[in-house]
Design a protein around this ligand. Structure first.
Ligand SMILES: Cc1ncc(CN)c(N)n1
Length: 224
């Protein structure tokens, strides 16, 4: 129970239980350096190119979540996930525009090892044995790490360079936050109906995403 007497959701419990790991992913030195204006632009360019490749793989991952959802035939979930998938088209165009602005060659780059590892994890969701609950939980936390990380870069007191504000607003906006909250509600609803083993698998996926996100930021800032 929380302080209002309502049951705390599963995802809220995990956030509290794994606070340290969550903060390592969402207050990483790379994004904190964006917020305090000391970001190394070589690292930013590396992140931009690598994330473009990640998002291309993420499209297939979201499509796999959508497929699992359709098999369960929940119309409202389907519309939210489909909206997310559709918005990735805009996101890819945005990456191309930014890459041109920052002089990043998207054709000539190859994925670095942390990116490859993360993409392999995303590809593993093609397996029909992986449940919709695990998939939607994974989708929610992937989006939430970006939402929280970039929202912090535009919160009061930030010194984010002007030319990076658009990037931070892309994931740090109130609209993106609402979208993440919709995904969280779906995940919590699914988790509420599952056996403890199924919930444990979803929690493992949640923790794996946090680990992979830290690896992705480390890679961007050349810490790995
Ligand atoms: C590595 C990573 N994680 C999450 C997101 C948000 N879709 C992203 N673009 N890149």
């Amino acid at each position: 129970m929380d302080s209002c007497g309502a049951d705390e959701s599963t995802t809220a419990r995990w956030m509290a239980a794994h606070r340290g790991m969550y903060e390592r992913a969402t207050r990483h030195p790379f994004t904190v350096s964006i917020r305090d204006g000391t970001v190394d632009l070589v690292a930013f360019r590396r992140w931009l190119g690598q994330d473009y490749m990640f998002v291309r793989e993420f499209v297939a991952f979201v499509a796999s979540v959508l497929l699992k959802c359709c098999k369960q035939s929940d119309r409202t979930d389907m519309e939210i996930i489909l909206g997310g998938l559709a918005s990735l088209s805009d996101e890819l165009s945005w990456f191309k525009k930014e890459a041109a602005k920052w002089g990043v060659d998207l054709v000539g780059i190859s994925p670095l090892s942390s990116n490859t590892e993360y993409c392999r994890f995303l590809q593993s969701f093609d397996d029909p044995e992986i449940s919709y609950t695990v998939a939607i939980t994974t989708f929610w936390i992937i989006e939430t790490v970006y939402q929280d990380s970039f929202a912090f870069c535009i919160e009061e007191g930030h010194r984010t360079p002007l030319e990076l504000l658009g990037t931070c607003q892309r994931w740090g906006s109130a609209e993106f936050k609402q979208y993440c909250q919709s995904l969280q509600r779906i995940a919590d609803r699914c988790l509420a109906n599952r056996t403890s083993d199924a919930v444990k698998s979803a929690e493992e996926a949640f923790l794996r995403v946090l680990e992979l996100e830290v690896g992705f930021w480390d890679m961007s800032s050349s810490r790995s």
